[in-house]
Design a protein around this ligand. Structure first.
Ligand SMILES: [Zn+2]
Length: 334
């Protein structure tokens, strides 16, 4: 997996905060113990001077040091057991003042034998999802909350099933797709009228794929294409820079979700940027999910044959059916 530098730095910061909090807690416990038992402070001093003596032996060459080593080891064990006893007299476990860590695998360093430790990956994913969450509207998009009862139960002759049955299968298909996601998975085109849950479904997929540790970008088409425009035309260097970062992310992330294609202002520049986005990602075998209210004919009319034929030929098209969920919800509330 390729890490986003900014998010990885934030995840490492979180890990550092954990380390500092643990170190502070360890110091607090030591002071607490020393206050109640000055003997433990003495023992710790002796243990430290033993450690220094031991290091002295390790670097002194020549001469037989085995007798000295054996003596230090005996004394060390005696001191350790006395320390444990003192702590137990205070009603505390023997390891009460030991170094604390949240992750026993990497001891909160974030490094494990295979490279990045799982705990740092988890922190990274949390940052990733937080970033994504800012773009998701309500924050409760997940497959479990998909409500089939919002879709009609009457059989649609054209479908041979009810919208409710059909959309339940759609939910299961998308959930399976999200769980089995790997870079290079099929690109999807969500089609169907306004308010049929296309955005909800793509947000559900984004959440699952991001939680699995893949890089996901999620944006409305109008906002995404505006970044291309800022990158190219903005006179504000900082804004152009930030836009360029976003565009790089759009082009290179494992999963790009482009919401609401067809609601943006169409200009020759935006069409060219859209083509660049779609074509680059297809060429580099990166997965994209696009949702749109438009049909193929309208797509062709608005964006031209190049874009329409890419979408028609190389995306897996999923049709959403039913009535506008927002209207259904309103009727229920009435
Ligand atoms: Zn760890």
């Amino acid at each position: 997996m390729e890490y986003n530098g900014k998010l990885l730095a934030r995840a490492r910061e979180r890990l550092e905060q954990r380390r500092q909090a643990n170190a502070a807690e360890q110091r607090r416990r030591l002071e607490q113990v020393y206050a109640r038992s000055p003997r433990v402070r003495e023992i710790d001093r002796e243990l430290r001077s033993q450690m220094i003596a031991l290091m002295g032996l390790a670097i002194s060459h020549g001469g037989d040091v085995s007798a000295d080593l054996a003596r230090l080891e005996r004394e060390n064990l005696l001191l350790q057991s006395e320390r444990a006893e003192r702590l137990s007299e205070l009603g505390l476990p023997a390891d009460y003042t030991d170094e604390l860590c949240d992750c026993p695998v990497c001891r909160d360093t974030g490094l494990a034998s295979g490279g990045v430790c799982e705990c740092l990956k988890k922190l990274y994913n949390r940052e990733l999802t937080a970033e994504l969450g800012a773009l998701l509207r309500t924050g409760d998009e997940c497959f479990e909350r998909f409500d089939p009862s919002l879709y009609g139960a009457e059989i649609d002759p054209a479908l041979g099933a009810s919208a409710r049955e059909y959309m339940t299968v759609m939910r299961d298909t998308c959930a399976e797709y999200a769980r089995g996601f790997a870079p290079g998975a099929d690109s999807l085109l969500f089609m169907g009228g306004t308010g049929l849950g296309k955005t909800f479904m793509s947000a559900c997929i984004a959440r699952v794929v991001a939680a699995a540790g893949f890089s996901v970008a999620y944006d409305s088409t109008s906002s995404a294409l505006a970044r291309f425009e800022q990158q190219r035309f903005s006179r504000d260097a900082a804004e152009a820079d930030a836009a360029a970062g976003r565009v790089r992310n759009y082009l290179s992330c494992d999963l790009m979700i482009l919401d609401d294609l067809g609601t943006e202002m169409t200009t020759s520049f935006s069409v060219a940027a859209l083509y660049q986005l779609i074509n680059t990602r297809l060429t580099e075998r990166r997965t994209t999910i696009i949702s749109t209210n438009l049909g193929f004919e309208e797509l062709r009319r608005r964006y031209g044959g190049q874009i329409a034929s890419r979408l028609e030929g190389e995306y897996t098209c999923l049709h959403f059916y039913g009535r506008d969920i927002r209207l259904v919800k309103k009727e229920r509330e009435a």
